[in-house]
Design a protein around this ligand. Structure first.
Ligand SMILES: NC(=O)c1ccc[n+]([C@@H]2O[C@H](COP(=O)([O-])OP(=O)(O)OC[C@H]3O[C@@H](n4cnc5c(N)ncnc54)[C@H](OP(=O)(O)O)[C@@H]3O)[C@@H](O)[C@H]2O)c1
Length: 323
């Protein structure tokens, strides 16, 4: 199928910027649909002059979504939120918004639709994030039966939220809280690998109507992930298990802040394993060999070391307040 125009909802985000760059490299015109195009100007140099176009669209609004998909050959929906604020509710963005984009794409006779969900999407989950992700998948499939659904695991990359956040906490305090016993298991994936998988999924018609779960090559417990972060930032900190109920009380207060460090729903998510299922297609089915967190984390978390890039590898600091 000849592909000329690909619309990317959420193209300015952490995953989106990698997807836009890779799509531009394939030579297609990339139309990035976001609420605030003025904050997405950094994407334009990722393509030739005029190749990356920015349009204003809100997946909560019918007219702007219809305009953004008009004339597109493929549509990728990356919109997702980690916490609710104002009109940005989980149900509105993950479920109704996703359904709106899929319906508009079907009406506009778009040929390929790729929807980004998340590992853990489950209508029975105790997390609203995960329940609404499951609802979004179902509504997308109902509106656009040939949609490809991609469920990534926790992601790492230079501008990630998770690993950078814990590295910055380690710089400030001596004690790092572990969720519960710290035994929840994760299979983190590199954002670049996931972007490559999304682009491969769009390009190959063999992937229509399939679901992919994308996890990295290794499984780590929550405790091991914290140890990886501390290793990459060359710091020694005490890892203290905190019972989920206590964490939820902290999170309940924290989630009142405009950009919360932790929410009760996130604690619920962190309590369940986040691993790819064995009977679902993954990276290998898209021809990608994923890179591990051990290899990539030190390449960007070095800035949290006591003396930045001048800290010799393998040295660990236990002193508070350095940096
Ligand atoms: N990051 C991870 O570890 C991870 C793991 C598993 C799954 N995922 C999923 O992967 C997807 C991308 O995640 P991410 O980390 O890249 O998220 P992100 O950095 O928060 O980016 C979200 C993007 O969505 C746009 N957006 C938000 N609300 C919108 C709305 N109402 N209408 C239109 N655009 C809207 C944002 O731009 P504006 O605010 O300018 O509109 C931004 O471009 C999400 O679906 C997420 O659930 C992420």
């Amino acid at each position: 199928m000849a592909m000329n125009v690909v619309t990317v909802f959420g193209g300015s985000g952490f995953v989106g910027r990698h997807v836009v760059k890779r799509l531009a490299q394939t030579g297609v015109r990339v139309r990035v649909a976001v609420r605030r195009p003025e904050k997405a100007l950094f994407l334009r140099p990722m393509g030739d002059v005029g190749q990356v176009e920015l349009v204003q669209a809100n997946i909560r609004d019918d007219a702007s979504v219809a305009a953004a998909v008009e004339g597109a050959d493929a549509v990728i929906n990356l919109v997702g939120i980690l916490y609710e604020s104002g009109h940005q509710k989980f149900a509105e963005t993950h479920a109704k918004g996703a359904a709106r984009v899929a319906t508009a794409s079907a009406v506009a006779r778009v040929q390929r639709f790729v929807h980004i969900s998340a590992i853990g999407a489950d209508e029975k989950s105790r997390s609203v994030y995960a329940r609404t992700k499951a609802d979004g998948e179902a509504q997308v499939r109902a509106a656009f039966p040939n949609a490809t659904v991609i469920r990534p695991s926790l992601l790492f990359g230079p501008d990630d939220d998770f690993f950078n956040r814990f590295a910055s906490i380690a710089r400030l305090i001596w004690v790092m809280p572990l969720v519960g016993t710290g035994k929840t298991r994760f299979q983190p994936a590199h954002v670049g690998d996931v972007a490559a998988a999304i682009v491969a999924a769009v390009q190959d018609p063999e992937n229509i109507a399939r679901t992919f779960e994308l996890g990295g090559p290794n499984v780590y417990t929550y405790r091991q992930l914290m140890e990886l972060v501390l290793n990459a930032c060359a710091r020694k900190r005490i890892l203290v298990p905190v019972p989920p109920q206590i964490l939820k009380i902290w999170a309940w207060f924290l989630q009142m802040l405009p950009s919360p460090l932790l929410t009760v729903d996130q604690v619920n998510m962190l309590l369940g394993d986040n691993l790819v299922a064995h009977d679902v297609a993954g990276f290998s089915d898209l021809g990608i060999t994923p890179v591990s967190a051990e290899v990539i984390l030190p390449t960007y978390l070095w800035r949290f070391r006591p003396a930045g890039q001048f800290t010799a590898p393998g040295t660990h600091s236990g002193h508070q307040g350095e940096a």
